[in-house]
Design a protein around this ligand. Structure first.
Ligand SMILES: [Zn+2]
Length: 73
């Protein structure tokens, strides 16, 4: 399913494809490139917190590591 997410920084609407009805992770505005952590519950956006570029990179690394870990199992 596709969820519309409005960037709090530039008000541009972007969309995110969801596999499940809940999601907690990274989102980056396609227009202003601002990174956020978003939380979705029951296909509804519950929170959208701005992230620094540094933090975004760190989170991305963690997610990549998690993905690797999943593959090993
Ligand atoms: Zn934006």
């Amino acid at each position: 399913m596709m969820l519309k997410i409005k960037c709090p920084k530039c008000n541009t609407e972007g969309s995110l494809s969801l596999v499940e009805s809940s999601y907690h992770g990274l989102y980056r505005c396609w227009k202003c490139r601002a990174p956020f952590t978003i939380k979705i519950e029951n296909n509804e956006l519950k929170s959208c917190e701005p992230l620094s570029q540094e933090e975004f990179d760190r989170q991305q690394e963690i997610e990549a590591m998690k993905a690797k870990f999943k593959q090993l199992n």
